[in-house]
Design a protein around this ligand. Structure first.
Ligand SMILES: CC(=O)N[C@H]1[C@@H](OP(=O)(O)OP(=O)(O)OC[C@H]2O[C@@H](n3ccc(=O)[nH]c3=O)[C@H](O)[C@@H]2O)O[C@H](CO)[C@@H](O)[C@@H]1O
Ligand SMILES: C=C(OP(=O)(O)O)C(=O)O
Length: 430
C-alpha cells in the first residue's frame, strides 16, 4: 500500500483549492436513484469513496459518466458527473460493495421509495464506534416500510409505497436525516422530520432534491417538512465546498505557521471551527474567493473543544485539532461527544512525541516544544490526516502508512500541500 513521506518544519504559504465535499457528494449521487432522468453533479471530488459509490450505483443499474465520457471502473478524471438511473436492475446492495463505506447503506431510502423494496448489507465505514442503523430502520418503518434484519442484511419492503409520517430522531443523525428525507420525497403525503441534522450537507441535498421537483422546507433547521411527490426529474447541481477539508488545511497552516488562501472555501460552513482556530492565535479572514489563514511567529494558544452536531465543532475535525494542540503553549481538553471510539490517533500522535492523556471521552493534551518524525499509521480518515498535520510540524521524517484512508476523503492531498511549500510525497507500494 502507498505511503506518504513528510519532512516537517516548513511553513505553508500560497493558495490551495478546496474541493467539493465528500459528505455532500455521496448522498447527492445516491439521490440519482430517485429519478429515471439524468442527475448532473458538478464539483464532485475525485476520491476513493466517490469511486466506490459508482460501483455500488452501477450495480443497481445507474449509468455513470464523467464530463460526458463513459469511464472505466477506476477512472475519476473529471469533476462533472452524470448519473442516470432510468432502469434499476437490482435492488440489492451486497456486502462486498457496502462493507467499506458507511454512506453506501443510504441507498436503502431511494430504492425503497422508488422500487418498493431494498435489500442492503449492514454498512462498514470508519471504525470510530459501533455506528448502529436503528434510526434509519425506525424512520423508514414510520413511513410504512416492513423491515427485517437477516444474515447481515436489512430487507425492506413497501409494496404499496411509502406514506408520509412524523419521524422524530432520538439523537441527531446525518445519515438517517439524509435517508428519511430522500425516502419521504417520493412518499404519499407529508413527512415531518424532528431533531433533524442541520449539517450543511443536508441543506445541499435538499437544494438538489428541490431542483429535482421535491417539496421540502426547513432543511438546515431541526424540523424538515417534506410533501411527497409522484416523481422527481433530472437536474444539475453543484456540490458545496468541503468544510472538513477547509478546516483541515486551516489547522495545518495554524500548525506550521504561514499564510494560505483556501480558494473556494466558505466560512459560513464552519464558523465554530474557525472561531476555535482564532482562539489559538490564527488570523482568519473570509473573503469573496475563500478563506485566508495566517499565523506568524506567535505561539499556538490552547483552546478547549467539545464536538457537537452542526453548528457546533465537528467531530470530523477533532483529530486534526488535537494534532494542532500537541504544540500549544499549555493544556487543552478535547471532548468527543458524537462517536464513542474516535481517539485512535492519540496513540499514533504519541509516537511523534505528543503528550496526551485519555480519560473516557476526554483527551487532555499538553503542548510540547517539538514533535519528532516517526513512522505512523491510522485506522480512519480524519485520524490519518491528523498525522499528516503533525508530521508537517515535526522535526525530521514522518511516514504515514495506510494511505488508503486518506484517499477516501482528501483529493490530491500531497499536491495541494506541496503547492504551499510542504515537503511531502507519496511513495508508491513496490
Ligand atoms: C458520509 C458522511 O456524511 N459521514 C458523516 C456522518 O456520518 P453518519 O451519518 O454515519 O453519522 P451520524 O450523524 O448518523 O452519527 C451520529 C451518532 O448517531 C449514532 N447513530 C446513528 C444512526 C443510527 O441509526 N443510530 C445511531 O445510534 C452514531 O453511532 C453516532 O454516535 O456524520 C458524522 C457526524 O457528523 C460524520 O462524522 C461523518 O463524517
Ligand atoms: C467518518 C467519516 O466518514 P464515514 O461516515 O464514511 O465513515 C468521515 O468522513 O470522517
Amino acid at each position: 500500500m502507498d505511503k506518504i513521506r513528510i519532512v516537517g518544519g516548513h511553513q505553508l504559504n500560497g493558495s490551495l483549492p478546496i474541493s467539493g465535499a465528500k459528505n455532500a457528494a455521496l448522498p447527492l449521487m445516491i439521490a440519482s436513484l430517485l429519478t429515471d432522468e439524468t442527475l448532473t453533479l458538478e464539483n464532485v471530488p475525485r476520491l476513493r469513496d466517490v469511486a466506490q459509490l459508482t460501483h455500488i450505483l452501477s450495480n443497481h443499474g445507474v449509468d455513470y459518466s464523467v464530463n460526458g465520457k463513459r469511464v472505466g471502473e477506476d477512472a475519476m478524471t473529471g469533476q462533472t458527473v452524470h448519473l442516470n438511473a432510468s432502469t434499476i436492475v437490482d435492488t440489492t446492495a451486497p456486502y462486498e460493495l457496502v462493507s467499506t463505506m458507511r454512506a453506501s447503506f443510504w441507498v436503502i431510502g431511494p430504492l425503497l421509495a422508488r422500487m418498493g423494496q431494498a435489500r442492503v448489507s449492514l454498512p462498514g465505514g470508519c471504525a470510530i464506534g459501533t455506528r448502529p442503523v436503528d434510526f434509519f430502520i425506525d424512520g423508514l418503518r414510520a413511513l410504512g416500510a416492513d423491515i427485517e434484519i437477516e444474515g447481515g442484511y436489512v430487507n425492506a419492503r413497501a409494496d404499496k409505497g411509502l406514506i408520509g409520517n412524523r419521524v422524530a430522531f432520538p439523537k441527531v443523525s446525518v445519515g438517517a436525516t439524509h435517508v428519511v428525507m430522500m425516502a419521504a420525497a417520493l412518499a404519499r403525503g407529508e413527512t415531518v422530520i424532528e431533531n433533524a441534522a442541520r449539517e450543511p450537507e443536508i441543506a445541499d441535498l435538499a437544494e438538489c432534491l428541490i431542483g429535482m421537483g421535491a417539496k421540502i422546507e426547513g432543511a438546515g433547521t431541526e424540523t424538515i417538512h417534506i410533501q411527497g411527490v409522484d416523481r422527481l426529474t433530472g437536474h444539475t447541481h453543484r456540490v458545496v465546498p468541503d468544510r472538513i477539508e477547509t478546516g483541515t488545511y486551516a489547522m495545518a497552516v495554524a500548525m506550521t505557521g504561514g499564510d494560505v488562501m483556501l480558494e473556494g472555501a466558505r466560512a459560513d460552513l464552519l464558523e465554530s471551527a474557525l472561531e476555535t482556530l482564532r482562539g489559538t492565535g490564527a488570523e482568519i479572514t473570509a473573503t469573496n474567493s475563500g478563506i485566508r489563514v495566517k499565523r506568524n511567529g506567535s505561539g499556538i494558544a490552547p483552546v478547549d473543544v467539545r464536538t457537537e452536531p452542526f453548528p457546533g465543532f465537528p467531530t470530523d475535525l477533532q483529530a486534526q485539532f488535537m494534532a494542532l494542540m500537541t504544540r500549544a503553549k499549555g493544556t487543552s481538553r478535547i471532548t468527543e461527544t458524537i462517536f464513542e471510539n474516535r481517539f485512535m490517533h492519540v496513540q499514533e500522535l504519541a509516537r511523534l512525541g505528543a503528550d496526551i492523556h485519555l480519560d473516557g471521552q476526554v483527551a487532555t493534551v499538553t503542548g510540547v516544544e517539538t514533535l519528532n518524525g516517526a513512522p505512523v499509521m491510522a485506522t480512519d480518515l480524519r485520524a490519518s490526516v491528523s498525522l499528516v498535520i503533525a508530521g508537517l510540524a515535526a522535526q525530521g521524517e514522518t511516514t504515514v502508512n495506510r494511505v488508503y484512508h486518506l484517499d477516501r476523503g482528501f483529493e490530491r492531498l500531497e499536491e495541494k500541500l506541496r503547492r504551499c511549500g510542504a515537503e511531502i510525497e507519496r511513495i508508491a507500494a513496490s
